[in-house]
Design a protein around this ligand. Structure first.
Ligand SMILES: [Zn+2]
Length: 145
């Protein structure tokens, strides 16, 4: 029995999903495929400047897993730049996560976009009816296939 895959939380989906070197004939063009969660790892660490531990927490993975993902991502991007490969961003093992804010105590946390609201981890407010939680998805309607 294999364990079901653990979904990595991702808060960002890129508008541009294909990068191609200028002047390379299509038949000679090679490409690397960057998974969506690999791009998210680069974004959190190298753009947002978060510590590995914070990045891992946001993505709902362990720190060693985060390190593995970002190392793979950096290698792919470096390889594309050095060797003149195209970069395609697609696929992976991820779930869009967004911020949920508790309607009672104001605590914020991340949870998958799909599925029902979880109880507030701080005050255990179930988020139903009066005092319901507020969702703030950053990337609605921009899902990759
Ligand atoms: Zn709460």
């Amino acid at each position: 029995m294999s364990r079901p895959p653990k979904w990595r939380h991702v808060q960002f989906l890129p508008d541009t999903t294909y990068f191609k070197p200028v002047g390379v004939p299509l038949k000679e063009l090679e490409e690397v495929v960057l998974a969506v969660e690999e791009l998210e790892a680069l974004r959190l660490k190298d753009i947002e400047g978060l510590e590995q531990e914070q990045c891992a927490e946001k993505m709902n993975i362990s720190r060693p897993t985060f390190v593995r993902i970002i190392n793979a991502a950096r290698r792919k991007v470096a390889e594309a730049l050095v060797k003149g490969y195209a970069i395609r961003i697609e696929g992976g093992n991820y779930q869009i996560a967004g911020t949920v804010r508790c309607g009672r105590c104001g605590h914020e946390w991340l949870q998958p976009e799909t599925g029902s609201d979880l109880a507030c981890p701080q005050c255990l407010n179930p988020g139903k009816g009066r005092g319901g939680h507020r969702r703030g998805w950053r990337n609605q309607g921009n899902r990759l296939g």
